[in-house]
Design a protein around this ligand. Structure first.
Ligand SMILES: [Zn+2]
Length: 149
């Protein structure tokens, strides 16, 4: 049985169903929904018995999604591979940065340093460091203490 509150009939979710008039079972004509803190509220008119009322639906937490975030500055890190080649962030053309490799023993005519093909130039030096950090993890590089790079 519905309970009577201040001359309103209140039907629980077990005593009623969405889209149907709780009094006669008729079809409901909905107005504009209102969003409250923990639920939404739809005003309705019954097309059959002319009762009017509100249908409530609870809002259920469904997780978070971060759209933008400010990350702390990236720590400058230099890496080394098994052959002794060094990996570090360097400025490229214009105010852009990315990870570079410095060959320990460059071949004849080979440039000593070269940008890593898998990484992209970015104007954000921290992002370039984070890209290099991820590259280092993927390629099993070890962090080294290098001054003056
Ligand atoms: Zn009705």
């Amino acid at each position: 049985m519905p309970t009577v509150e201040k001359y309103q009939l209140v039907y629980s979710e077990k005593e009623s169903k969405p889209g149907a008039c709780p009094v006669c079972g008729g079809e409901l004509d909905y107005g504009t929904l209102e969003i409250l803190d923990t639920c939404v509220k739809y005003p309705w008119d019954c097309k059959s018995c002319e009762a009017t009322g509100y249908e409530y639906a609870n809002l259920v937490f469904d997780g978070q999604r971060v759209e933008t975030v400010s990350l702390p500055p990236a720590k400058k890190r230099v890496y080394k591979d098994a052959d002794g080649n060094l990996y570090f962030v360097r400025g490229g053309i214009g105010a852009t940065f990315k990870g570079f490799r410095r060959w320990a023993n460059p071949g004849k005519g080979q440039r000593r340093e070269r940008g890593l093909h898998k990484l992209s130039y970015t104007p954000d030096k921290d992002q370039a460091q984070r890209d290099l950090d991820a590259y280092a993890v993927q390629h099993g590089l070890t962090e080294v203490e290098e001054q003056g790079i």
